[in-house]
Design a protein around this ligand. Sequence first.
Ligand code: AGP
Length: 614
Amino acid sequence: MCGIVGYIGTKSALPILVKGLRRLEYRGYDSAGIAVLNQQSEKNSETTIERVRAVGKIDNLAEKLKTMTLNSTMGIAHTRWATHGGVTEENAHPHTDCSGDIIVVHNGIIENYRELRSGFLKDHTLRSKTDTEILAHLIEVHYQGDLRLAVQKALQHVRGTYGLVVMHKNEPRKLVAARLGSPLVVGVGDKEYYVASDTSPMLAYTQQVIFLDDGEIAEITDHGLQIFNLEDQEIIKAAEHIDWNEDQAEKGGYSHFMLKEIIDQPTVIKDALRGRLVEDEGTAHLGGLNMTEAQMHSVNRIILIACGTASYAALVGKYAFERLAGIPTDVEVASEFRYRDPIIDRQTLVFGVSQSGETADTIAALREAKRKGAYVRGIVNVVGSTIARETDGGTYIHAGPELAVASTKAYTNMVAVLLMYALQFGRTRRVTVATGQRVVAALREVSEKMEKILRQGDYIKMLAEKYQHYKNFFFLGRGINYPVALEGSLKLKEITYIHSEAYPGGEMKHGPIALLSPDFPVFAILTKNQLYDKMRSNIEEIRARQAPVILIATEGDEQAKELADDVIFVPPTMELLEPLINTLPLQLFAYHMAVLLGRDVDRPRNLAKSVTVE
Ligand code: AGP
């Protein structure tokens, strides 16, 4: 996820900005840039904007800066994690308007940038492929000597999310910062201000901070800070004292990246859905598919290739493609697929599903599929990764950088994207507008339902305390919840090192039930769907063997309490969307168990975040 740092005060800006960027490195980035208003010398008071950008590590940027004399006490800087446009110096922030007098850094996504580019701003000279550059040009259109007012007006054209900081050459002692959906914090020092996407770049200098809220614009000068809303009314906010250290600040105050990423899910799922759902038509539109309608109609088989958690997200996709689109769909673990002789033809559509886009087995399997003539597309998180580059189209899941080795938010966003693809294909085949509209509406409600589950964090922690001494666990689910059981079990294994098995509920009596005893707790997903009664019978069989039962059940299901030792209630949703909800308690349970057992939650033993070797 991109990072922003800004400074205005009495100290030399450059070291503060570079150090601030380094503090933001944890967020992940692929390029970095800096801009300062440079006062030539005491005698020559002319102000110029100096901008330096570099692809790759901040060291590359720092190396370029060594050769320059940038004499300034204010500036802005940015680490970019590509979302629109490749990883190039031209696409790195800060971006300018036509004149080069306005310079902006931005986090977030401007959804309507294409329309603005070819419409309202068609006469402007755009130099990058980014959505951000649009902002500089919109501000240019509205600038009449007051930067804050110009930003306010410019933002009225914009659909999407932003956290941005802007400077103008003609107002050399002013920073303007604005937020909608992408965090920004102002640090208040002694005759100086910091602004950043989180508190980590400023904590070495001040612990007095003001968190901007959505729809707020801050005007920051040497003389003070004023905050306004988009209607130009002033908002009075007092600075608050935070006593996080820099490490805590990186994690947004959470003790681990994994917990932060679990908590991020209600937000990032909106990023996956943003601009892709079409209410009126009851469908989704994932432009990156790059297939004509005729090609879409010709597809008679889908193969989803992935590893680990991504393969469990893919399994949800299989149920969705088959139910909504009626297209036979298989999930293939990449390491197996690449060494089989898979039957693929020109009517087969293959999706590679991967957070990193760099998993060696998935890359090799996709190359094999391509060689055999299939349509090959990617569902990937990391922009510009190998899978993103080597496939002929596809979709970014927009989960933002995932830093904990155990995948959480990437899983839910993969599921969201797969559901949207299934809907898009379904609408060209057998799904009616009305059904499509119900899916769209249900997808829109997921974020709020996730919040509801996260509010039960303390209860789930208490369950982890109760069950922390067990050495074995079962995870059971049926239908769309079987992948949820697989994912819950993998999470527990990965970060607690506790043995766990996942099975479809109906399979227990074919062998695994022999393992059951009072020492073998079973986590079962019993939500109100078409397999409720079947799953209920499976749970009765387990109870008869005295195994402790923890249920994930639908709110209001009183019978669930009688069946289980403990119940986690979840809000109801459409059956196909249940994995987006039901997986969250399992992530939290694994997380709290790992913390209680003293495990290295974010970096579990023997595992790598990105498995780039076979
Ligand atoms: C998930 O918690 C794992 N660490 C792992 O299974 C992961 O999902 C797998 O290695 C695939 O990675 P990818 O999504 O980057 O391709």
